[in-house]
Design a protein around this ligand. Structure first.
Ligand SMILES: NC(=O)c1ccc[n+]([C@@H]2O[C@H](COP(=O)([O-])OP(=O)(O)OC[C@H]3O[C@@H](n4cnc5c(N)ncnc54)[C@H](O)[C@@H]3O)[C@@H](O)[C@H]2O)c1
Length: 332
């Protein structure tokens, strides 16, 4: 609980994108921390009901509204029917790979979701917004580690939508004095990350190992990311919500360490006990080169230390996708 006494316990919390990867883990934590009601808003572009199965078993009253959060009218109608909402955690997003195929739609959708929520926050429809940014908003690192004052130089339309949304939330806080916080996660990994169309690196890599298909490395494989296990991220975000000094701020959420894609492949090979067939391809435009979070602010605000070491987190992730691969074969 933050120094103000603010906690998620007893609150009505709305989570956009709550059926997705990070959102579903956030919902699990909110329920474990005794939120009174949790409402998920998701259009299931990538999210799934199965991501919320655990949450439903813990909170049978969990409400799931299937709607497009970029449709402001639909969002307003939903709020009008709900009991008062204490805080919105905004995670709904069209992901980076989609922005390479449908840049305008990705940009417009992501920004529209944020602008609709900012307006409703300004009008007092709910008192607090916790908006999810992304380290992608920074672009490639000029200096490591990257703190929150690093310039925003997005390299993809997705990253541009994240940077634009961050600016919007901050201007609403500065101009209208609303209670808004921007959390800026680095690369998350763990169970429930989408592993189908537009999949992230780790689920893609694991499918390649399990199915002995070649995994494409773009460029020399020395590009790095700051990987943080998803349960560490949602813990940090809930703690930041409770922290009065975090209001109106942008706060990095990362592990503070970087690993290269080649290192990641080696670690996964050790855990799975099999080689990954690698296919080297030219680097992709828009790929950032290096990322490592400076998490000084996060530490200072909420005393954050990651609880899950990379090899343990990867082992849990492997176990999840292995089980999923087996059940797909059995069902298929
Ligand atoms: N995964 C990461 O490594 C990472 C890193 C940094 C930041 N983030 C941010 O965290 C948030 C969650 O990311 P994630 O990895 O869980 O993504 P995800 O794709 O798993 O989840 C996003 C969810 O949003 C839903 N959604 C998409 N468009 C929608 C719309 N118009 N209306 C309602 N719902 C919609 C999807 O169906 C999905 O369930 C995003 O804001 C993302 O930018 C993620």
């Amino acid at each position: 609980m933050g120094a103000s006494g603010r906690s998620v316990a007893g609150k009505h919390i709305l989570v956009t994108g709550g059926a997705g990867f990070i959102g579903s883990h956030l919902v699990d934590l909110l329920i474990a921390e005794h939120a009174a009601h949790v409402t998920v808003v998701d259009d299931f572009f990538l999210g799934s009901e199965s991501n919320l199965a655990h949450a439903r078993s813990r909170m049978p009253s969990l409400r799931i509204l299937r709607l497009d959060a970029a449709d402001e009218r639909a969002l307003r109608d939903a709020f009008a029917r709900l009991d008062p909402v204490d805080v919105v955690f905004d995670l709904a997003v069209i992901p980076l790979p989609t922005s390479l195929e449908k840049p305008k739609w990705c940009f417009d959708t992501n920004v529209l979701i944020t602008s609709a929520l900012c307006e409703m926050l300004r009008e007092g429809r709910f008192p607090t917004l916790v908006h999810f940014s992304s380290s992608e908003a920074y672009g490639s690192a000029h200096a490591l580690a990257m703190d929150e004052s690093h310039s925003l130089e997005p390299l993809t339309p997705y990253a541009a939508s994240k940077a634009a949304s961050d600016h919007l939330v901050r201007t609403y806080a500065a101009t209208f004095g609303v209670d808004a916080l921007v959390v800026r996660p680095f690369n998350n990994y763990g169970p429930r990350q989408n592993d189908r169309e537009y999949a992230g690196v780790i689920p893609t890599l694991l499918h390649c190992v399990f199915e002995q298909r070649p995994f494409a490395i773009f460029g020399d494989g020395e590009q790095t990311r700051d990987y943080i296990y998803v349960t560490d991220t949602v813990r940090a975000v809930v703690d930041l919500y409770g922290c009065p000094a975090a209001r109106g701020r942008v706060v990095n959420v990362g592990s503070g360490t970087e690993i290269s894609i080649l290192d990641l492949v080696e670690r996964l090979e050790r855990i799975v006990g099999a080689r990954v067939p690698i296919e080297h391809r030219p680097s992709r435009p828009g790929d950032v080169r290096r990322h490592r979070a400076d998490v000084t602010l996060l530490r200072d605000l909420v005393g954050f230390e990651p609880q899950v070491r990379i090899d343990d987190g990867l082992a849990q992730t492997v176990a999840f996708y292995r089980e999923r691969a087996v059940s797909r074969v059995e069902i298929g």
